[in-house]
Write a protein that binds this ligand. Structure first.
Ligand SMILES: [Zn+2]
Length: 63
């Protein structure tokens, strides 16, 4: 039951104290560095997916 209050950094899995942790994207990180790392990972995944969706739509081009 106590585990519900325990937060972990999604990058390294370290226990974080939600009073001192960095909060980004609704998640708690052990450090600003890992928050940034998570943002990069998330962005890379989003771009990959967007690229795949663009290809699936049959192109069209912008401008
Ligand atoms: Zn971390």
């Amino acid at each position: 039951m106590l585990g519900l209050l325990q937060k972990h950094c999604p990058v390294c899995g370290m226990d974080v104290d939600k009073n001192t942790a960095m909060k980004r994207f609704g998640k708690y990180f052990c450090s600003e560095e890992h928050a940034g790392q998570y943002a990069e990972m998330k962005m890379a995944r989003d771009i990959e997916r967007k690229d795949y969706e663009d290809r699936g739509s049959g192109g069209g081009g912008c401008c």
